[in-house]
Structures are given as structure tokens and as C-alpha cells.
Design a protein around this ligand. Structure first.
Ligand code: 5GP
Length: 204
């Protein structure tokens, strides 16, 4: 029987390591899924590939995507736009594929409103000091931008109450293990399989 795929939404404060955890899941093919590539107006960082890490677009193209209803959600973050193209997500779910979305907490809130069936995973830093060190270590942002991101993070951590799971990103390997366990459990959660069993019982 054709099952709709699981929509997995990975979110949490900026700098918590969503991108790193997502890349580890993608690279190691920890479980079968498709990654939803976001659109952004920020410039690529060294090593980032257009169409793989993000679709890097102009502000004009981004506005057009908003106006044409191409985005499931979008947000402005530290001067740049980020959004999730809706078409590929819906298509892949309909094909029975699990889809992983990485988004900031505002985006996750919108996805929750539009697709409440999703599995919402909140990635947390072990503490705010670790978060600051990680942002500094990345070396791609100025101290001003880092402080802006830390301020956002303080507010964002309390948002976890709207999520299904909180995963501590103490090490990437631990976080990935927990996410795999969540996906395995969600696949056998009664609310997702009960319809199959109802049909089976009715057919007997
Ligand atoms: P970065 O510039 O570090 O790649 O991402 C900055 C922030 O934007 C991160 O919190 C990241 O999770 C978030 N982000 C990435 N893709 C999306 C998206 O499609 N939608 C939204 N709302 N945020 C995103």
C-alpha cells in the first residue's frame, strides 16, 4: 500500500548545528529520505554548492517565489531571506518518501500550521556558551552578527514547547543517533499505522 512519507522538520537556534547534523544525516545516509533544498538570498559560503546546499537566488527572484506561492514558509534572518520550496516537498511526500526540512524556528512554526502531521525536532545546544564558541569557530560571521544570533537563540530555545522532540547536539554522532531513533519510532507509531490495521481487520 502507498504510504505518505514522513515530513521531518529539523529546527532550533541558529548556530546550534542544524546544518552540520543535517549534512551528517545526508552524507551517511542514516535512513532513507529526501532533503528539501531551501532557497536563500545569502551568498554561498566556501564549499557550498548551488542546488545542493541551497538554491542561491537574488532578492528579486525570492520575492517572485513568495508572490507565486512557491514557498511553504519563508523568513528573513540577519538580513537575508530563507524559504522552503513547497512543490518538491509535497511531491516527494506523495511518492511515499520521507522528507527532511531544515528551517529556523519561525519557519518551523509556519510548517506546523500548514502540515501538522510533520515530526518536529528541536535541536538544542548543550548551553549558550557552547553556541557562542561554535559561531566564533565557524569564522564566517563578524562579532556583531554572532551577538545578534545569540540574542535570537535565547528567545528561540523556549520555543521548544511547540515541538515533538528535543535533541541535544552535544556531539553530532549522538544527535544523529537520536534522530534516527525518532524516525524509526515514528514509522511504527500507532497514529501512523492504525489505518492499515483497520483495513486489515475489515477485510478479514
Ligand atoms: P545559514 O545562513 O547559517 O545557512 O542559515 C541561517 C538560518 O536560516 C539557520 O537557522 C537555518 O536553519 C535557517 N534556514 C535554512 N533554510 C531555511 C528555510 O528554508 N527556511 C527558513 N525559515 N529558515 C531556514
Amino acid at each position: 500500500m502507498a504510504h505518505k512519507g514522513l515530513l521531518l522538520v529539523l529546527s532550533g537556534p541558529s548556530g546550534v548545528g542544524k546544518g552540520t547534523v543535517k549534512n551528517a544525516i545526508v552524507k551517511n545516509k542514516v535512513f532513507p529520505f529526501e532533503y528539501s533544498v531551501s532557497m536563500t538570498t545569502r551568498k554561498p559560503r566556501p564549499g557550498e554548492v548551488d542546488g545542493k546546499d541551497y538554491f542561491f537566488v537574488s532578492e528579486q527572484r525570492f520575492q517572485e517565489a513568495i508572490n507565486q506561492g512557491e514557498l511553504l514558509e519563508y523568513n528573513e534572518y540577519v538580513g537575508h531571506h530563507y524559504g522552503t520550496p513547497v512543490g518538491p516537498v509535497k511531491k516527494m511526500l506523495a511518492e511515499g518518501k520521507d522528507v527532511l526540512i531544515e528551517t529556523d524556528v519561525n519557519g518551523a512554526r509556519t510548517v506546523r500550521e500548514k502540515m501538522p502531521d510533520g515530526v518536529f525536532i528541536f535541536l538544542t545546544p548543550p548551553d549558550l556558551h557552547t553556541l557562542h564558541l561554535r559561531l566564533e569557530h565557524r569564522g564566517t560571521e563578524s562579532e556583531d552578527v554572532i551577538m545578534g544570533r545569540i540574542r535570537e537563540a535565547r528567545k528561540e530555545i523556549l520555543v521548544m514547547q511547540d515541538y515533538d522532540y528535543a535533541v541535544v547536539n552535544d556531539t553530532v554522532a549522538n544527535a544523529v543517533d537520536h534522530i534516527k531513533a525518532i524516525v524509526d519510532a515514528e514509522h511504527v507509531s500507532v497514529k501512523r499505522v492504525i489505518d492499515d490495521y483497520r483495513k486489515m481487520v475489515e477485510e478479514e
